[in-house]
Design a protein around this ligand. Structure first.
Ligand SMILES: Nc1ncnc2c1ncn2[C@@H]1O[C@H](COP(=O)(O)OP(=O)(O)OP(=O)(O)O)[C@@H](O)[C@H]1O
Length: 689
């Protein structure tokens, strides 16, 4: 049997032994048997008559004891492993790197080899264990000696163990007497390696080109102008939008030029190039286009970047976004100007509300039903920093607990039977970046209170049936007409939630506390509802003023709508008042003469009964009624006189007419005389008590 000739490889470390024996195996393995040892592991005791290859002259002394003179020793010259060179070639020109190896000599040799091979675009700083001083760099390059790299280094490039060079390989082949035979295939093998490396680099280059083209498209596709230039002032990016703003012929022509050749506006140039200034945004008008310029530096790249935002496009984009919100109904309809009233109470409340709008804190609005809580919530949103975001109003008492939960927090697909495919966004998610108005918050169940508390605390939510946690940025304005403090005492409302909602507090005054606003609200709602110039009888205003308006402005608005519907022509008379207004206003009389004068310009001059006269007449009719007598004008004249109220018969007739219009009495001719109605009876009994 033909036995293969042997070669022995002696190396210092195990890693070198493996790498070099692998290299020799791939070249000579078909012809020779290769044994390998390292001094780090175990060396053979004695080598005789062998062809021995030493990995480096540095190990000569270490291995001398096992080499007999009869051995033919070849010390390998080593070179870098081309397979990994692409990593170095891809580093930008002038990059600082530390070159790390085990000894000063190996470091020096390797760096020299790299430079000779043309990999000379990097700044190499030597490093080996025990080096007295060294220059630090973020990147370390090492031929497999990763463990020697200082810890603080950010990136390590392993270029692999240095391999035996082609001259040593030739020497070995020569020694073995096979140089002629194998020279061609071996040099082809080396060439193949170079081709592989070139291929790798070409591919990387191609990828970089593709990426560049892609980035070019992205830069030219964006709506903003983008400019970048290096610290010498050379323009590196000048996108299409910028070409439009500056009306330059082609953005390609600007790239490579000095910034001063392209931008002539001194103030803009100064803003872009002044590295001392901390200001990063400034407004400019360039060729009639208003732009907001934002600049920032990339110090590591020695580059300045500036973006140019066309403000009119931004405004129309904002308008489009607002339109979209409006289409969905997610917009605050009311502004502070829509809150009508000149009373001290409402003016003060509006002033406080404007201040609260400037903050981003949760707010609890308290007020009776119909006082305008939603009006205030919407106005606060529209005056706040969130005004361009959505405003969503939810009436918490209008929905069942489960429905309200899924409406507020949304749900994932399959959360419950009937859940929509793909799940559903909740109102909180849809209000992101804006304000959610939770009306009638006092009506939500304890379960929902707990969920809401979590959302307010964590500023994130989980949809019903979901595990994903979604961050949310929503200002919560809640409102109630309940006394939440007493609900807390009774355990109906969580105190911790109350404090979260009630960071800020606003109380809206009831309409009866600011009756002076009634005539203004009346004329406002009339203007809103009709283009006709309506006349209103003074007495109507008197009745409106007398009522306590438990339903507040909403109730007043409804009453006005009613009167407009039933009135004849362009005049609202006392006959048009809704019955309940008539009935109750009798109890709550606090007629203000001034107010009547205010509205008098648009109303018919109708005399009113002075309150004392009204009560006097009504009490006379009442006494007659109790003793079963009818009241005639004549008897009333005498009865009134005895009470010290002096009125002529004609004056009494006029007043009786008015009392009849109010629904307090019914006049009949003859024996029946004037009688009290049910309402009249209630009124006078109440007055006399
Ligand atoms: N000061 C005001 N000026 C003009 N309109 C008002 C004013 N206050 C309330 N309104 C009107 O009254 C109606 C009720 O207002 P809003 O819905 O804001 O009251 P609310 O307090 O939120 O009621 P609820 O407690 O029933 O939810 C609305 O039509 C609103 O436009």
């Amino acid at each position: 049997m033909h036995t293969k000739k042997q070669i022995v490889l002696l190396a210092g470390t195990k890693e070198t032994r493996i790498a070099l024996s692998h290299q020799l195996q791939s070249i000579l393995g078909d012809y020779f048997h290769i044994r390998s040892y390292s001094s780090e592991e175990m060396l053979p005791t004695r080598l005789e008559n062998e062809i021995v290859i030493l990995s480096s002259y540095l190990i000569k002394r270490e291995v001398a004891h096992c080499l007999i003179e009869s051995c033919r020793v070849i010390t390998a010259r080593r070179t870098i492993n081309y397979e990994y060179m692409d990593q170095l070639l891809q580093l930008p020109e002038g990059t600082d790197v530390m070159y790390v190896n085990d000894f000063p000599q190996t470091v020096e040799q390797s760096v020299q080899t790299l430079v000779h091979l043309g990999i000379d675009h990097l700044n190499y700083f030597p490093y080996y264990p025990g080096i007295p001083h060294y220059q630090y760099a973020d990147i370390a390059v090492t031929p497999g000696e990763m463990h020697l790299v200082p810890k603080e280094v950010k990136r390590i490039i392993n270029i692999g163990v240095r391999l035996i060079d082609i001259t040593t390989i030739s020497e070995i082949l020569n020694e073995l007497g096979v140089l002629e035979e194998l020279a061609t295939s071996i040099s082809e093998r080396f060439t193949e390696k170079f081709i592989q490396l070139s291929k790798k680099l070409a591919l990387a280059n191609q990828k970089a080109l593709q990426l560049n083209e892609h980035l070019d498209k992205v830069l030219n596709g964006v709506n903003d102008g983008i400019l970048s230039f290096d610290y010498t002032g050379k323009i590196t990016v000048f996108n299409k939008e910028l070409e439009n703003i500056f009306s330059t012929a082609s953005n390609k022509q600007a790239v490579g030029k000095h910034i001063k050749q392209v931008i002539k506006d001194k103030e803009l140039l100064n803003f872009l190039t002044n590295t001392e200034s901390e200001q990063s945004d400034q407004f400019f008008t360039i060729n009639d286009t208003n732009v907001m310029v934002h600049r920032f530096a990339l110090p590591a790249e020695k580059t300045m970047i500036a973006t140019f935002k066309n403000t009119s496009t931004t405004i129309s984009m904002e308008k489009a976004a607002r339109y979209e919100l409006k289409r969905k109904g997610y917009i605050g309809k009311y502004f502070f100007n829509d809150i009508i009233g000149a009373s001290e109470e409402i003016v003060r409340t509006k002033n406080i509300a404007k201040k609260l709008a400037a903050t981003d804190l949760s707010l609890l609005i308290q007020g009776e039903s119909g006082t305008g809580k939603e009006l205030f919530a919407s106005s606060i949103h529209n005056e706040s920093g969130r005004k361009n975001g959505p405003f969503l109003a939810v009436n918490c008492s209008a929905l069942s607990e489960d429905l309200l939960e899924s409406e507020l927090f949304g749900y994932e697909e399959g959360a419950f039977t009937g859940a929509k495919k793909g799940g559903k966004q909740g109102l909180f998610e849809q209000a992101d970046g804006g304000t959610i108005f939770l009306d009638e918050i006092g009506d939500i169940s304890v379960k929902l209170q707990t969920r809401l508390l979590r959302v307010l605390q964590e500023k994130e939510l989980r949809r019903v049936g979901g595990t994903r946690v979604l961050p949310i940025d929503v200002r919560v304005i809640s409102a109630t007409n309940k006394d939440l403090a007493s609900d807390i005492k009774q355990g109906l409302f969580r105190e911790d939630l109350y404090h979260r909602l009630n960071v800020l507090y606003l109380k809206i005054p009831a309409l009866r506390e600011r009756k002076g606003d009634i005539p203004i609200l009346l004329s406002h709602f009339l203007k809103m509802r009709t283009t006709n110039k309506m006349k209103v009888e003074n007495e109507v205003v008197g009745h409106l003023m007398n009522r306590s308006w438990t339903g507040n402005v909403r109730e007043l608005k409804n009453a006005i709508d009613y009167m407009l519907a039933v009135c004849d022509g362009e005049k609202i008379t006392v006959m048009d008042l809704p019955q309940e207004v008539m009935r109750i206003s009798g109890f709550e009389r606090s007629l203000g003469g001034d107010v009547i004068k205010e509205i008098a310009t648009t109303s018919e001059e109708l005399p009113l009964i002075a309150p004392n006269e009204e009560v006097a007449i009504m009490s006379c009719i009442y006494h007659n009624h109790r003793s079963g007598k009818a009241s005639s004008r004549k008897s009333l004249l005498m009865d009134l006189e005895s009470q010290g109220v002096k009125l002529s018969e004609a004056q009494i007739r006029l007043r009786l007419d008015l009392l009849e219009r109010k629904g307090f009495i019914v006049k009949a001719k003859g024996r029946k005389g004037t009688r009290l109605t049910e309402i009249g009876l209630i009124f006078i009994k109440d007055e006399l008590e």
